[in-house]
Design a protein around this ligand. Structure first.
Ligand SMILES: Cc1cc2nc3c(=O)[nH]c(=O)nc-3n(C[C@H](O)[C@H](O)[C@H](O)COP(=O)(O)OP(=O)(O)OC[C@H]3O[C@@H](n4cnc5c(N)ncnc54)[C@H](O)[C@@H]3O)c2cc1C
Length: 462
């Protein structure tokens, strides 16, 4: 390996997804000399295979539902069908616009962008295309890919991952979705809106099992009403091809058949064969281990994003990338409070939360110290106008701060900004009750929930 690179960068970043590019942008802003290495497309999973394209599909689905339901609002509309090529054109247009913007941003910050597959060759260097890039510090940000189960082979045709699901050239007549987590329920929601007959199979007792149980139950009720079927609490056993699709058998003996099977059981880290172990980086089941400052056990190597065992969210990747850049530039950043990270599942209806669930609050503070309050969106004018139902549930430490906000309802994801301020600023219900919320907005529901928790409910019963 020729070491003809005369430059030693301050920071060499392996992987140009949310975590890697955020570190590059912030590092360059702080005067670091940065090299960013990416084998595929700048922007990574979030921009090309994750957050953005899925939300475009969900928006197209929302329009389809609205076309079907126009009559409810006195609007004469009919739903004639989905033109998948048209949906992809819209989705890809959104992605390519953001992609161009991001490329421009990276170029404008004078970041050395390297195209190619990199490999950690020592604690201070990465090799790409026969060239060695030396760095005073290395950031590993190689992200994740869809996981499968032993014996369940993703063929990209009848048994697919989310990567394939984003490019299907047709609306499947029927689909089984293995996994009722965020990715599974988002696909279920979009496909149902497009006209697919959907069944979700989840081994745990609830859909979106990481959420407060109340949110899961509300989502299940809403999905039932939409005609989305699901099987909870029984694990997958096997999948077999049928003449027209796939048959899935569960441990409880139940069988389901559909045209496609989407495997959405989670994502595993991209770390194999990249030289991490050889360089002595401590790992666990493929994840790189890092402390709250995203430092690995090797002093010159940090790691961020889906590659480390923290929440697999783009904005967590951004925050961790920024943290590393600021630490290397000599600033004194504070570690991420992972409970304070807002989480949104963009299905119809949306599920949004920040802070801890009621169950976890009871573990932390003791069952007798935890107070909860539910505010029904039926009392919120704007939600009524939008014809959405749902609830906001607050979790409070008795006589103390609000430590959990859990919301279900269309567009409630947009309310998570205020919810996260409430959690992260450790607001008391009485302080939030003091703030005036515009009428009629859905944000009012958050205000009303806090009015009620502070003992002075307005549009809700005592
Ligand atoms: C269907 C789906 C929907 C999602 N929706 C949301 C959402 O709504 N909101 C949200 O916050 N998160 C969402 N996520 C999660 C989000 O996309 C990830 O958490 C985020 O992309 C992780 O960023 P990362 O930088 O760690 O990894 P990635 O984005 O995976 O980036 C890693 C990059 O490293 C590159 N790479 C890997 N190995 C090498 C190598 N050897 N050399 C060079 N380059 C390499 C890859 O090509 C990739 O571009 C979604 C994910 C999926 C799959």
């Amino acid at each position: 390996m020729a070491n003809d690179a005369s430059t030693v960068f301050d920071l060499v970043i392996l992987g140009g997804g949310s975590g890697g590019y955020a570190a590059a942008l912030r590092g360059a802003q702080l005067g670091l000399d940065v090299a960013l290495i990416e084998k595929d497309k700048l922007g990574g999973t979030c921009l090309h295979r994750g957050c953005i394209p899925t939300k475009a599909l969900l928006h197209a689905g929302e329009l389809a539902d609205q076309a079907r339901e126009g009559e409810k609002y006195g609007v004469k509309s009919t739903f004639e069908g989905i033109d998948m090529a048209g949906v992809h054109k819209y989705k890809d247009g959104v992605v390519s616009g953001l992609y161009k913007g991001l490329q421009g941003l990276v170029a404008s910050r004078k970041i050395t962008y390297v195209e190619g597959e990199g490999r950690l060759s020592s604690p201070t260097s990465v090799d790409v295309n026969g060239q060695r890039y030396e760095g005073r510090h290395i950031l590993l940000a190689t992200g994740s890919v869809p996981k499968s189960l032993p014996g369940l082979e993703i063929d990209g045709n009848r048994i697919i991952s989310s990567d394939h699901g984003l490019h299907l050239d047709r609306v499947p007549e029927s689909a089984i979705i293995l996994g009722g987590g965020v990715i599974g329920v988002e696909f279920a929601s979009a496909w149902k809106s497009f006209g697919t007959d959907v069944t979700i199979v989840e081994g745990l007792p609830h859909l979106v099992p990481a959420e407060d149980e109340n949110s899961s139950k509300l989502l299940e009720r809403a999905f039932r009403k939409r005609g989305i079927s699901f099987s909870l609490g029984s694990f997958f056993e096997k999948a077999e091809y049928t003449d027209n699709g796939v048959k899935v058998s569960l441990a409880n003996g139940k069988e389901y058949e559909a045209e496609v099977l989407l495997v959405a059981i989670g994502r595993g880290p991209v770390s194999q064969g990249l030289g991490y172990e050889e360089a002595g980086v401590a790992m666990d089941r493929g994840f790189v281990l890092a402390d709250e400052y995203c430092r690995t056990n090797i002093p010159t190597v940090s790691a961020v994003g889906d590659l480390i065992p923290t929440l697999q969210l783009a904005h967590v990747g951004f925050a961790e990338g920024i943290l590393v850049a600021e630490r290397l530039a000599g600033l004194n950043p504070v570690p991420v409070d992972y409970d304070g990270v807002p989480r949104v599942t963009y299905c119809h209806p949306e599920v949004a939360s920040v802070g801890v669930t009621e169950e976890k609050a009871k573990e932390i503070y003791g069952a007798d110290k935890v107070v909860t309050l539910k505010y029904n969106l039926a009392g919120n004018g704007r939600s009524k106008i939008l014809n959405t139902t749902g609830e906001i549930k607050l979790v409070q430490v008795r006589d103390g701060a609000v430590v959990g906000v859990h919301m279900v309802g269309d567009r409630m994801g947009e309310q998570v900004g205020e919810a996260q301020l409430i959690y992260n600023w450790e607001a008391l219900p009485a302080e939030v009750a003091q703030l005036i919320h515009a009428h009629p907005t859905q944000s009012e529901a958050l205000g009303e929930a806090h009015l009620a928790l502070a003992g002075k409910p307005l549009h809700s019963h005592d």
